[in-house]
Design a protein around this ligand. Sequence first.
Ligand SMILES: [Zn+2]
Length: 242
Amino acid sequence: MSIFSKLFHFSAVSVFPSRCPYCDKVIDDSDYACKICPRNFPGFCYSRYTAGGFLCAAPFPYSGVYAKAVKALKFHNRGDYARPLAAQLVRAVSEIHGDVRFDYVTCVPMHRKDKRNRGYNQAELLARECAALMRLTYLDTLEKFKRNQPQHKTGGRDREKNVYGVYRLIDEDIIKDKNVLIIDDIITTGNTLGECARILSNGKCAEIRCAVVCSADRNKFIAPGQGSDSACRKGPAQAQKQ
Ligand SMILES: [Zn+2]
């Protein structure tokens, strides 16, 4: 690191100190949370299935301080939360997907116009941080080539139709026979991650798994035969058996 880089890093840390994503207290640059918040973390990681039956891991439910942290990352420019949230995501991945050696970490992509409007894709920030923490390669595998309604503004069964056919593979040759981990911020119905997993599956990936920061429990939106939410809120052992 050059003297200028060191000075820049020092001033950046002084002006923008690291903060706990769950309570926003200032924390050490090397920490992922304050000393208090982790005491209230759920005792086990969540697992459930996306549309199509792809297993998804999450460290947190979509509620309370966890939902607030994800919303801050997504809507309020708190890109600095990506690294500490990714650390918990990686914990869930090792607990739920410990049986897989991943080749690539990827993310649910945004349409380029939406990404330009927001300035970043929060799922990509999380995926890049996860890849760094897991010492794996981050790879853009999918492109969102059609714009659709945001999923949270779409109701019920329409969520499935809303994401169908909006993603495509960037390069089929790179992902063939590879184990891929898809990262997103939240899983609600599981239709978005399920559609991304379906496209990767069409590209002959060997193994596809998913992971998110927060898992919402929205059983009523899962259509029969599209994976089950029943694994949600159970430990990984029970989830794997289903
Ligand atoms: Zn805290």
